[in-house]
Design a protein around this ligand. Sequence first.
Ligand SMILES: Cc1ncc(COP(=O)(O)O)c(C=O)c1O
Length: 401
Amino acid sequence: MKNTTMNMHDQIEEAEVNILHTYNRFPVVFERGEGCYLYDTEGKKYLDFAAGIAVSALGYHYPGYDEALQEQIGKLMHISNLYYNQPVIEAGAKLALASRMDKVFFTNSGTEAIEGALKAAKKYAYVRDGHAGHEIIAMNHSFHGRSIGALSVTGNAHYREAFEPLMGGVKFADFNDLESVKVQITDKTCAILTETVQGEGGIYPADKEFLEGLRKICDEKDILLIFDEIQCGMGRTGYYFAWQAYGVQPDIMTCAKALGSGVPVGAFVLNKKAASASLEPGDHGTTYGGNPFVCAAVSKVFSIFEKDMILTHVQELTPYLEQRLDELVEEFDCVSGRRGMGFMQGLVIVGRPVGEVVKKALEAGLLVISAGSDVLRLVPPLVITRDHVDEMIEILKKCLK
Ligand SMILES: Cc1ncc(COP(=O)(O)O)c(C=O)c1O
């Protein structure tokens, strides 16, 4: 390896030698973060409205967060799931309380939370019917992860094509179209899976009637309803979980990303019904999942959310964020609309590639991401202020001209 005085260009060249090229990364190497800003290795400052793809809910070095992790490193990092540890007990209790659900299984990522949720649903139906061979209904334009199981329920051919055949028994329906779900239901259906707010697909919030309709179908037919809250959960919409804004509770929920606000952790959470008749000892496991280190982070995130009223902050600042984004829709022909909930917002870009705007923003010191084919996605840390919103709008205005 070359020395650390390499400039950014050299660092990127070195990265491309050794790191498998599965991402077309932006040409920037980040070194540190502070509050809602990131700094690259050449000292340039960036306002972060990407938050590591909706992960860094508390920004960088939020008071108390680093200290909690350092304290846990000093005590214990990992012991496996053969034994109990104090942080997992605390984190599990806090996640169960925030979701008002019953049982938590901690994973290492969102993808693994989806895998676990699918297995729990399949096992539930196996217990219910006394045999395997069940089907899952998922949504077109959804995204649930890159493993074979998660890809199987991801409704986007672009991600799937090269890896077929995937897991069988998956049918796709249209998001927000209840009839398209109904026609896919058979005696074999064990679960309906949907993001509450579609993220990668282009920031599409679910309609209330759609979620209510799914709940009704699932109750009538003893099918499990699974909400993927990996991107939209943990405060992003101003509620711990987006489904709480709709008043429609799933039987199983997946979460990750902001759950640890920077450490790799996810979870699937089951209500009583799903938990009491699905996974048992021997059915599922993970070496790392729920280890003391990541759970100390999860526990601290919940403490900070409560102490500093993060959900209230998101709810209070959302109208201002939306108002300022709507100004862009008014002012620029290339911004044809805005969609979203809370701090999960998308601007629809027309007449020019969204990637071009994202690149210009980066050059101008603002991190935003694209979603779908034409959406500029804003998923900032949940601790941004009005000043950050104003700064973001000023930079975007320059980029959209
Ligand atoms: C809704 C949704 N589900 C699942 C995943 C996969 O999560 P991870 O990348 O942590 O495996 C993502 C990631 O973007 C996501 O947005």
